[in-house]
Design a protein around this ligand. Sequence first.
Ligand code: ADP
Ligand code: ZN
Length: 429
Amino acid sequence: MFWQQEIETLDRPALDALQLKRLRETVGKLERVPFYRGKFLENGIKPEEIKSMADLRRLPFTTAEDLRANYPDGMLAVSREEVLRLHTSSGTTGKPKALFFSRRDVDTAAELIARAFCMTGVTRRDVFQNMMSYGLFTGGLVMHYGAEKMGCLVIPAGPGTSERQLLLMQDFGTTVIHVTPSYAFYFADFLEKKGVDPRKDLSLRKAFVGAEPYTEETRNKIEAALGIEVYNSYGLTEMNGPGVAFECEGKCGLHLWEDNFVLEIINPATGEPLSEGKTGELVLTSINREAMPLLRYRTRDLSSVISGPCACGRTHRRIHRITGRSDDMLIVRGVNIFPQQIERVLMSIPQIGRNYVIQLEGLDEMTVKVELSPAGFDGQVGHLEQLQNLVAEKLRAELWIRPHVDLVACGSLPVSEGKAKRVIDKRTL
Ligand code: ADP
Ligand code: ZN
């Protein structure tokens, strides 16, 4: 099922031509933004000289720091009268990154979400419960508008309490939800404790899960716990919020809407492009935004391009699920470690539960604190020690260093309503 079949299945030459046309328009428009005008002057770039997609590389990168430095509205490419909505990133430190939407931007963002809903088999008969936070965070409103455009019944539940979520699901027959992976787990545990079997007692069938990185193992666990299909949903405030890239029913990578975003994968250290299939930093240029387009935005998210056609018929290229942020990397005793590696190991062990934190302390001590699964411990201390050793050994095989492992009772680690905080770094290095 398609929302905009023609554009979603545009052949490569036509998609390339559309990208170039929109890139040129965008660059022309950005001459009005002092930040970009300065960069163009500095690098001797004349917008009319952008003649092919290869010229993209001549354009400057934009970073999160640039957005902060130009806060609140220094990057705006239209007048203040033309903007309709403001969103900011959920970043917790320093000034937020602000993104403006024009009327058309609000509408385009909704179109991209509607494409995603159709692509995963959601129809107008579905009942969509948006469990993401409403407000400045894009996961609420942007998804909401897309679901309305698609035409399903939308329940703007927000993150609220689990009791309330359950009540809404029961009373209105919710079939599709939008959640973070950590909240999906938390909710599954909640249902288990309440004695609610989602397969029998609820109508849930699908979930859009995103806003933070998670592994394939985590997807499988959420699907099994809730008896639903989980689709990965990727986006960032700087590029509209959710709806940048989404999985289709094939669940084999996320189609990135290339009529709206130009995709590059670069080596984060050198800024050089990487060959197709290599993992690096995702760099995005928004070519269909009115209020605040960005050139070559350094997302810091790590991914790779999956080449070859997709069985669903969409021509927009797919990216691999995000494996972390380039600034997520931990260096522990000289070893480079990504939190996702740890998650992958933990989620593959059946006795291990769903919530974990990585604590770094002292000079360079790493402790992985992880919950047991509800049925993971039979009360015998010897078994607990064995399991602890098994987890530590599996982590050593993956990471090359052996962390301390602390097994804790199911439900004893804090759960965040928004994005989970997985790493606590208190090192005194
Ligand atoms: P912040 O940068 O403050 O977290 P956003 O709310 O804009 O603000 O979050 C966007 C970021 O969230 C992305 O850059 C990415 O790191 C992460 N993210 C969003 N969706 C996914 C996803 N499906 N998989 C992995 N990471 C995701
Ligand atoms: Zn597909």
